[in-house]
Write a protein that binds this ligand. Structure first.
Ligand SMILES: N[C@@H](CCC(=O)N[C@@H](CS)C(=O)NCC(=O)O)C(=O)O
Length: 299
């Protein structure tokens, strides 16, 4: 079975479900150029990801792929317990995520595809941010008293996680939504989610820790004492937050980061083919993140 994906795209939901299935699969990394090449368009004329190829069956559309994966592994009950109502509950949330929430991000990512005028495009993006916040409010309310959208883990949760990552990445933010923030934390702690992120973002697997956290902190402090600490490579593997001015806490993107460390504060920079970000946090917070293992230094 092959999943065609782009890092950070909605295909991450399928990637997570494939990990949850525990069955072997191949993940084929694509980018904005390769999804428009004739070889790929022959498989998926829409020129988008996700796409699943299973033997002679080629399936596009995320909701269909997630449903198919759930049906291939009925023992996991990822589309409900087999009752029509449970299935309908999963489809209710999946439909909302795919048709409303996902679409609301498009004018934020690509406002110019809707309006060529820069000023109007910016207004459109701002309106879309409001729509996303409104939808996040509904998702947050649904998680009140629940760990999963339908009360038990399902394919809808994998899609939900991707939407929340986009909310964080676009700085729409999860501030004020405690249930969503707790959900993101739980998903990050999940082995299947971590494995999918390892593959998509190049995180090192949890088992490959070169040095223990206290050891890394000691080396870092030695470098600072000797005025050697400048630019280092690091990996964000846990929850690391920063705030912009008086703004709410935002999450530093997981994955490889370049960091500039000084005695006062630390600046993180990260980048992939679609996204570039930068965040500064006080040195004290930085060393706390190193010591609790959320940041792994290449020292
Ligand atoms: N209706 C499709 C939409 C898929 C979609 O929008 N994929 C995006 C990534 S999340 C994509 O590949 N975009 C590339 C493009 O629009 O050129 C689905 O739900 O699977």
């Amino acid at each position: 079975m092959k999943l065609f994906y782009m890092p950070g795209a909605s295909a991450l939901a399928d990637h997570i479900v494939l990990e949850w299935s525990g069955q072997p699969y191949e993940a084929v990394r694509m980018d904005r150029r390769s999804i428009k090449m004739p070889e790929y368009l022959a498989l998926n004329p829409a020129g988008v990801v996700p796409l699943l190829v299973h033997g002679d069956f080629t399936l596009s559309e995320n909701v269909a792929i997630l449903g198919y994966l759930a049906d291939l592994h009925p023992q996991l009950q990822l589309a409900g317990d087999g009752s029509p109502r449970a299935r309908a509950e999963v489809m209710r949330w999946l439909g909302f995520l795919n048709s409303d929430v996902h679409k609301a991000f498009r004018p934020i990512f690509f406002p110019e595809r809707y309006l060529p005028d820069d000023g109007l495009a910016a207004q459109l993006a701002a309106t879309a941010r409001g729509h996303v916040r409104e939808y996040l409010g509904r998702l947050d309310a649904q998680l009140e008293g629940r760990e999963w959208l339908t009360g038990r883990r399902s394919i809808a949760d994998a899609y939900h996680f991707v939407m929340l990552r986009w909310a964080i990445g676009t700085k729409v933010g999860l501030h004020g939504f405690e249930n969503l923030t707790a959900f993101v934390r739980r998903m990050h702690a999940d082995e299947g989610v971590h494995a999918a992120l390892v593959m998509e973002e190049g995180l090192a697997p949890r088992t490959e820790r070169a040095h223990s956290a206290p050891d890394q902190l000691m080396r870092l402090n030695e470098r600072i004492r000797d005025n050697l600490a400048t630019t280092l490579n690091a990996e964000v593997v846990g929850l690391v937050e920063y705030s912009e001015g008086d703004g709410a806490e935002l999450e530093v993107r997981r994955g490889l980061v370049e960091i500039e460390v000084s005695r006062m504060d630390t600046v993180f920079s990260w980048q992939d083919e679609n996204y570039r970000g930068q965040a500064a946090i006080p040195f004290q917070n930085f060393s706390r993140y190193v010591s609790n293992g959320a940041i792994r230094l290449d020292l």
